[in-house]
Design a protein around this ligand. Sequence first.
Ligand SMILES: Nc1ncnc2c1ncn2[C@@H]1O[C@H](COP(=O)(O)OP(=O)(O)OP(=O)(O)O)[C@@H](O)[C@H]1O
Ligand SMILES: CC(=O)N[C@H]1[C@@H]2OC[C@@H](O2)[C@@H](O)[C@@H]1O[C@H](C)C(=O)O
Length: 400
Amino acid sequence: MNTNLTRLFTLAQQPARRIIGLMSGTSLDGLDVALCRFSGHGPATQVVVEHFATVPYSETVRHEIRRIFAQTTVELQHLTLLHAWLGTLHADMVLDCLARWQVPPGEVDAIASHGQTMFHAPRHQHGLSNWPNATLQLGDGDHLAVRTGILTLSDFRQKHVAAGGQGAPLAVYGDYLVFSQPGEDRLLLNLGGIANFTYLAGSLDASQVFSTDTGPGNTLLDAFVRELYPGTQYDENGALAAQGRVHEALLAALLAHPFFAADIPKTTGPELFSSAYVRAAQHVSGSTGLSPTDLLATLTAFSAAGVGRAVRQAFGPERSFPVYASGGGMHNPTLMAALSRELPHCRFSTTAALGIAPDAKEAVLFAILANETLMGEARPLGHGAQAVPAVALGKISFPG
Ligand SMILES: Nc1ncnc2c1ncn2[C@@H]1O[C@H](COP(=O)(O)OP(=O)(O)OP(=O)(O)O)[C@@H](O)[C@H]1O
Ligand SMILES: CC(=O)N[C@H]1[C@@H]2OC[C@@H](O2)[C@@H](O)[C@@H]1O[C@H](C)C(=O)O
């Protein structure tokens, strides 16, 4: 038997294992690296985050990604080069983290790598009849495996699409296993570049869970901060938006897109929610001369309104939930205050209250997906139109 298969067989029988989860999201702020220790799988999963770091992307890395990120026309050679380059870059970032944490690579059982989303194209967004849901993440898993010597699982979204999903959100699989709590219906809200939430039923009924994107989280805020305040990456602590006033007509124009009325679950990305989208809405609403702070105040309200709409769409206007937030947007008090106004019946805290640092949550999620693929079995989640594909996700790359 191929020795790689023997190793895999042995790994799948270990009572505990260490898996590194990697996530680099749509904000392009850096690579999140979470070294996790697992025991068990399925609903018995126990996960402890031993180390976590966000390795920032340099301006050069951001620039090279932005040359093709979320664009319909790109240089094919650059896309091809990025696949290998990002795989190697992520491998080096992992090795640097392990050196800093004084963990030998030989003591890590697997890497779970999301890769960098370059283009997300659910059918409802590309609108091309007879073409499928599709999504593309770059940063090749074989490069990670060979460079680090660690078994690598990667490219998690393709199986979801192949089995009938849109390729996202994947959070639902891990949220259900790790954050379900008997007796408490709860929402797990991630405020990344794009915002999404998972609903978990206190009955632990797997058929009730679902997750959906809600619209932009930070992506538009970041884009306009970069444009209006050169050299600044984001609206730190929401300070700029806090000085502005929401332009109600622009907000209404931003919310007029059919995405917000479409059935749940739905996914989206910066391909749709771009600067061009905002400019078109400004044109329609007669707000092209808006001051920078008023524009940021309106975009902050827009992100919160998207979450509010999706929650009301799913549960009606009155339902109250504990909401456990994660992702960079939870560091923005102006956004969090707008969310509290949108959902006055909800009580907001973060996943720290559930034992997982909120900045690490998405990287941990991919480690959980790898743990399931190695140890568990695919289980049905959701039902009807909100059914989640019952599949094991990720492609396996051997180091040799
Ligand atoms: N102190 C802060 N104040 C305001 N915003 C912040 C702060 N810290 C982080 N952010 C926001 O969070 C963003 C990064 O969030 P995160 O790392 O969750 O995104 P991501 O993982 O790239 O997104 P996605 O989940 O869509 O893939 C930053 O670009 C910024 O907009
Ligand atoms: C295609 C893609 O990369 N989507 C991301 C993005 O970032 C947030 C939101 O949009 C979510 O749908 C997804 O990531 C999380 C980790 C998910 O799949 O659950």
